[in-house]
Design a protein. Structure first.
Length: 90
């Protein structure tokens, strides 16, 4: 059995009203899906987006958890453990 994520207790911010990737807007670039950093509230684009700002944020800060803020999606990803760590609300 694969061990679960040990970082879920670090989640501080679970929701946002931001619905865009600020870095992509500044660059005039498109994004595909958005991810919310559960440590600081940064919103970045997913790895399917050209600039991968959510992953870049993790590499720059070490903040391990993001969640999808796409409508209907509640999953949480842990970059450190490289797994779906849970869901918002569970």
């Amino acid at each position: 059995m694969t061990p679960g994520c040990t970082h879920l207790g670090e989640a501080r911010i679970l929701h946002t009203t931001i619905d865009y990737c600020e870095e992509c807007v500044k660059l005039g670039q498109p994004w595909v899906h958005l991810r919310l950093c559960l440590s600081c509230g940064h919103v970045g684009c997913c790895d399917s987006s050209p600039n991968r700002h959510a992953s870049r944020h993790f590499h720059a800060t070490g903040h391990p958890l993001v969640r999808s803020i796409e409508p209907g999606e509640t999953w949480i990803w842990c970059y450190r453990d490289e797994l779906v760590a849970g869901e918002v609300g569970s």
